[in-house]
Design a protein around this ligand. Structure first.
Ligand code: ADP
Ligand code: GN1
Ligand code: MG
Length: 333
């Protein structure tokens, strides 16, 4: 770290952690990003930081991929986090000349997003997967997510159940299809890889330079399947409005973006994907949008305890949006 603290202000649109940009008042010295880890979501932050620092170091040691992850700042005692009364904190160097977008603006951005996420998998091909902790078990397991949804249905208030009536029915109608897809995918011949697991479009800082974007939000890096990362990218990068949009007439799949994301991802992953993994791509966007709907609705039924929300029906609106997106993808797969 270098320079002198000037000011700190809340930054970005993440749903989980508290993020601040730290301005540096010394010209030529970098800004920093300070984050308080959400320990409700991540009850074992030390393990998460061990995963994250290992993954970042592995990628930074490969010249070709060094730009792909942010630099974590070490404390004076050599740790990558600080635990204080106010929480569990970590810091990165601010990535200059790059920006995160909640919604893609053009095909090139979408391709770069796919390329960055595909490159991330390739860069971690040689990472010793057995060293990773599973930070959130069954994170994208549909069976588990449906079970959590059904438990929430049992304990929620009558009022919330009535509010969410249509979305509850939609999930009940489609759950068997997506459980089946999950089970046949994971019992098929697909490799377990080191995956990112949170490849939402705004978790890529798009660079001014092609193929130099940076993947952030590495909290959930753990063993997973490629279709999680492709699907999460598709559901968030190729739709004309993001998951917060409540006017569904604005929610449309851009088919050019769709193909660009896949092309970018495949180019970035540089020969890594097997034909079985490629076969899952057409279902992956629908799968990930549906699992997001289940998770948003579960959180709504539980009283909005997981995701940051800005108004009372926010999670319900996100669930409605993602159910709609999932159905749109089914229409084109
Ligand atoms: P959350 O887990 O809450 O989503 P993120 O790690 O995604 O938190 O960070 C939130 C936002 O902060 C990002 O969308 C991005 O805009 C910004 N951000 C995070 N890390 C950096 C960084 N190293 N450089 C620049 N911006 C960053
Ligand atoms: C959360 O941290 P953020 O906002 O990038 C969530 C993801 C969801 C996403 C939906 C740890 O991601 O799984 O896809 O919200 N992260 C965690 O917007 O639950
Ligand atoms: Mg994020």
């Amino acid at each position: 770290m270098s320079g002198r603290f000037s000011e700190a202000h809340p930054f970005g649109n993440g749903h989980i952690n508290d993020t601040f940009r730290i301005r540096n008042e010394v010209p030529g010295s970098p800004d920093y990003v300070l984050q308080r880890i959400n320990t409700h979501v991540f009850p074992e932050p030390e393990k998460l930081m061990e995963n994250m620092s290992g993954v970042i170091s592995h990628i930074k040691h490969q010249k070709r991929y060094a730009h792909l992850v942010p630099e974590l700042i070490e404390t004076e005692s050599g740790a990558f986090f600080v635990k204080t009364e106010s929480g569990f904190w970590r810091m990165y160097r601010f990535v200059e000349g790059a920006k995160s977008f909640d919604r893609a603006e053009n095909e090139q951005q979408v391709w770069e997003g796919g390329f960055a996420n595909g490159s991330f998998l390739k860069a971690l091909e040689s990472f010793p997967i057995e060293k990773l902790y599973t930070v959130i078990p069954d994170f994208h397991n549909m069976v588990t997510r449906i079970r959590q949804f059904e438990e929430a249905l049992e304990t929620t208030s009558k009022e919330r159940k009535e509010w969410a009536f249509d979305e509850i029915i939609s999930i009940q109608k489609k759950k068997a299809t997506w459980i089946k897809m999950f089970q046949s995918a994971v019992t098929g011949n697909i490799p377990v890889r080191v995956t990112h697991n949170d490849t939402k479009f705004n978790n890529v800082l798009l660079s001014e330079h092609s193929k130099k974007s940076c993947v952030i939000d590495l909290d959930t890096v753990m063993p997973g399947y490629t279709f999680f990362d492709i699907g999460d990218g598709l559901r968030s990068a190729v739709i004309s409005a993001n998951e917060n949009e409540s006017d569904l007439s604005l929610v449309v799949v851009n088919e050019h973006f769709y193909q660009s994301y896949i092309d970018g991802f495949i180019d970035g992953s540089d020969g890594l994907l097997t034909s079985e993994e490629k076969q899952l791509i057409p279902k992956s966007g629908g799968y990930m949008a549906f699992i997001m709907a289940v998770r948003f609705l579960t959180d709504f039924l539980k009283g909005d305890i997981y995701y940051k929300t800005h108004y009372a029906e926010h999670n319900l609106g996100r669930a409605k949006n993602q159910l709609y997106v999932s159905a749109l993808f089914e229409g084109i797969s």
